[in-house]
Ligand binder design. Sequence first.
Ligand code: AMP
Length: 172
Amino acid sequence: MVLCYIGLGSNLGDRQQYIKAALRKMKSLTRTKVRKVSSIIESEPQGGPVQGPYLNAVVELETDLGPYQLLAELQSIESALGRVRTTVNGPRTVDLDILTYGDVCMEEEALCIPHPRILEREFVIVPLKEIAPQIIEKIKKTRKPVKKVLKKVVRKVVKKAVTKTKLKKRTG
Ligand code: AMP
């Protein structure tokens, strides 16, 4: 099993329901176990057209899926939850990004790991630090932020983190 971190974002419709639905779908992914879920935070949109604020979270999972298989599964969750790609960085019901996949480093257009913009995005760093502070240091060794991190993008915590034990209790 490979340890991975996935970033979630939503800024259309019932954002919390979209994040929860994406989580449920990730929990039922084949050959995959969700281990931790960060707090859900609210953040200002960065880049793209004028749009509403986002809810963001990060999930730790273990998977036997390869990186491209995992990407395909995450993209089908996005489609199932009504994501339509219109404008770059435009509003979306749900966005799922592979932040890290084990120690893999790859630089392909279709899949770039660690995700190239992690260290520029406070809305990723905050929830990622909450569940995996050690990962940030690891990423810093392979990725340099291209732009300055925009502080004060995160507005508030909407829902507290779910730990491994709580996850186990919920799923029985
Ligand atoms: P987005 O609009 O942010 O969902 O970007 C999706 C596109 O980015 C897809 O075409 C993916 O193939 C590509 N991509 C590259 N690296 C990653 C990654 N680490 N996680 C998710 N999508 C990625």
